[in-house]
Ligand binder design. Structure first.
Ligand code: GLN
Length: 179
């Protein structure tokens, strides 16, 4: 999705991919879907957890989708044993709230960026929104998209339905910061 919007994408595998002697080597980070407890373990195993936390807390724009939202949150209900989160987005999320894999669904949502078509796969929901957090999207009365400053978390997968607005907003945030 980011490449289709003309961004250059690099995988982050170590702290040196993320931060150089003069600060971050990337303009933004995307924390993808997957399994948040596994991503958390890998981030810590490869010494990326703390550099990533510091970079995003210091203003590096971030977009987390699904498991990525769980990783960004300050509080996680139903966390796996020992699971940690970066704590850079002042919300509480509840994992696996929208049902198991078989209940995956494509839905149309209203968001602050307009009507969007997205996919939910074992999605979390946001159960508490901090005072500085803006709600971007709701689904069946539950908050599924949030933004705090340069950090955005969405409970769904826009990339699976080809919905570009959230990735475009991330790139707009990057442009605004460098202007
Ligand atoms: N349920 C997964 C988790 O807690 C997220 C699923 C997804 O990213 N599609 O990490």
């Amino acid at each position: 999705m980011l490449e289709s919007l003309s961004a250059q994408v690099v995988p982050l595998r170590s702290a040196t991919d993320l931060v150089g002697p003069d600060g971050p080597r990337v303009d933004a980070v995307l924390l993808p879907g997957g399994e948040s407890s596994t991503i958390d373990k890998l981030l810590r195993m490869f010494d990326l957890f703390e550099p990533l936390r510091t970079s995003v807390a210091d203003g590096l724009p971030a977009l987390g989708t699904c498991a990525g939202l769980v990783l960004l949150a300050t509080e996680v209900d139903d966390r796996a044993p020992g699971q940690q989160s970066l704590g850079v987005l002042d919300v509480t999320v509840r994992r696996n709230s929208l049902g198991p894999q078989v209940d995956s669904a494509e839905v149309e949502l209203e968001s602050t960026l307009g009507a969007v078509r997205v996919a939910f796969i074992r999605a979390p929901v946001v159960t508490r929104v901090g005072p500085d957090v803006e709600v971007l999207a709701q689904h069946q009365g539950q908050v599924v998209g949030v933004r705090q400053g340069t950090v955005t978390g969405i409970a769904f997968h826009p990339e699976l339905t080809g919905e570009p607005v959230f990735h475009r907003q991330l790139l707009d945030t990057v442009r605004r910061r460098s202007a």
